[in-house]
Design a protein around this ligand. Structure first.
Ligand code: HEM
Ligand SMILES: *[C@@H]1O[C@H](CO)[C@@H](O)[C@H](O)[C@H]1NC(C)=O
Ligand SMILES: *[C@@H]1O[C@H](CO)[C@@H](O)[C@H](O)[C@H]1NC(C)=O
Ligand SMILES: *[C@@H]1O[C@H](CO)[C@@H](O)[C@H](O)[C@H]1NC(C)=O
Ligand SMILES: *[C@@H]1O[C@H](CO)[C@@H](O)[C@H](O)[C@H]1NC(C)=O
Ligand SMILES: *[C@@H]1O[C@H](CO)[C@@H](O)[C@H](O)[C@H]1NC(C)=O
Length: 363
């Protein structure tokens, strides 16, 4: 049962990583693998394409801003040749915007404090938010103030996936920008320390199913994480973490408070591919929420299926992305189209969070 390829452009360090063997190649174990893989493919085969929410459409701007998608992609091509960390940042902005009060650009708003000041959003890169507004500026100077910041956020994430080596796909458009944001909901973002049981419940509350969860977490095939987000796995000497990886992480993170970061995907950290799932099968997932996908019976078969078949992963990721991109959207006359992504148009109204409870991260 060897699904591991040898392309590890990470140099010496990563070459030391031992490919942990599944407990044995006993026929019982193989049978289990084959069964769960077949069950997963059966289940996947009958899943319908995500429906398009009322008010959104694949051709929303075809009359009002026909060059929109070309403009976004060309802008990002230029940005990504200069820096390679903005692609993961744009993908995370998409996730955190959509998961909190819907895909409404609320994460982009300045506030005192704002949604961005939630501890779970503190890794959000200011420069990547600026990139979204730079695109907005280019688009608005071409078409006028017709395209929302919420749509630009989704398009930027979609292009970040494609320009990093992932699938190319169309997304429904027509979202409107919010007039407010929610600190309270931002504190309900999923935590890296939680097991699959908890993750599945969190995503189920947004009508995202097991396949969506396993596929969307595949976004952790690009980008980096700060020490405090995975320190829980080191202090416990997690038996589900490959020993060599544990050593590398231990030296990367001398303390919880270390500001260092490590790759989410140890094999191909900058490429959007299915190596994330290969990592999990080798106990080289970074977070508890990652590695536990290969322990929980409901998700293990999907991890294996995606590790074996990148096309399958890409198809399911696209479905999950499109579902997530339509969470609680504002459409029609709701909200507005912002003239600047970090500000609502009527600057006189004062933005204050409904609740300013700040939760402490558990470390
Ligand atoms: C259970 C669900 C999830 C949890 C608990 C989680 C947690 C995290 C954490 C803690 C980080 C590191 C942040 C930092 O240290 O700055 C991270 C990074 C990242 N996450 Fe997730 N995440 C989840 C799902 C997702 C989803 C659904 C996506 C996108 C579709 C996503 C995309 C990313 C990306 C691309 C990065 C790298 C960011 C960068 O390098 O700037 N994550 N995630
Ligand atoms: C934000 O505004 C919407 C209406 O557009 C409202 O339903 C929602 O409760 C508001 N949220 C907060 C946190 O104020
Ligand atoms: C999620 O993880 C945190 C931190 O370890 C923990 O405090 C919390 O109880 C977990 N949530 C659930 C629902 O188990
Ligand atoms: C997972 O959740 C189910 C119900 O949703 C519960 O019966 C089960 O005990 C939980 N398992 C763990 C390990 O928490
Ligand atoms: C981590 O590093 C510390 C010293 O910095 C050492 O005492 C500890 O044993 C190491 N743990 C592992 C798992 O390597
Ligand atoms: C991989 O998945 C795709 C999409 O579901 C499917 O068409 C293809 O037959 C699969 N390939 C293999 C080798 O199973």
């Amino acid at each position: 049962m060897e699904v591991i390829s040898n392309d590890t452009p990470q140099g010496k360090l990563i070459k030391q990583i031992k490919m942990a063997k599944p407990s044995s190649c006993s026929s019982l174990y193989s049978l289990f693998i084959i069964c769960s893989f077949l069950l997963a493919s059966q289940f996947l085969a009958y899943e319908a394409k995500p429906p398009v929410e009322n008010g959104l459409s694949y051709s929303f701007y075809s009359q009002t801003c026909p060059k929109l998608e070309t403009t976004v992609r060309n802008h990002l091509r230029k940005v990504f040749t200069k820096t390679n960390w903005q692609a993961p940042a744009l993908l995370v902005i998409f996730f955190h915007d959509c998961f909190v009060q819907g895909c409404d650009g609320s994460l982009l708003l300045d506030g005192n404090p704002g949604e961005r000041d939630s501890p779970l959003n503190r890794g959000i890169a200011h420069r990547a938010l600026q990139t979204i507004d730079d695109i907005r500026e280019a688009v608005h100077s071409e078409c006028g103030r017709v395209v929302s910041c919420a749509d630009i956020t989704v398009l930027a994430a979609r292009d970040a996936v494609f320009l990093s080596g992932g699938p190319d796909f169309a997304v429904p458009l027509g979202r409107r920008d919010s007039l407010n944001f929610s600190m309270e909901e931002a504190n309900n973002l999923p935590l890296p320390y939680n097991i699959t049981n908890v993750t599945l419940k969190t995503f189920a509350s947004k009508n995202l199913d097991v396949t969506d969860v396993v596929a969307l977490l595949g976004a952790h095939t690009i980008g980096r994480a700060h020490c405090h987000t995975f320190y829980n796995r080191l202090s416990l000497l997690d038996p589900n973490m490959d020993k060599t990886l544990a050593k590398i992480l231990n030296s990367t993170c001398p303390t919880t408070y270390s500001r260092n970061t490590f790759h989410l995907d140890i094999r191909t950290p900058k490429v959007f591919d299915n190596k994330y799932y290969v990592n999990l099968m080798n106990h080289q997932g970074l977070f508890t929420c990652d590695q536990d996908l290969f322990i929980d019976k409901r998700t293990k078969g999907l991890v294996e299926a995606f590790a074996l078949n990148q096309t399958l992963f890409f198809n399911k990721f696209v479905d999950g992305f499109i579902r997530m991109s339509q969470l609680d959207v504002l459409t029609g006359n709701q909200g507005e189209v912002r003239a600047k992504c970090n500000l609502i148009n009527n600057k006189k109204s004062i933005l204050t969070p409904i609740v300013d409870r700040i939760i402490q991260l558990p470390y």
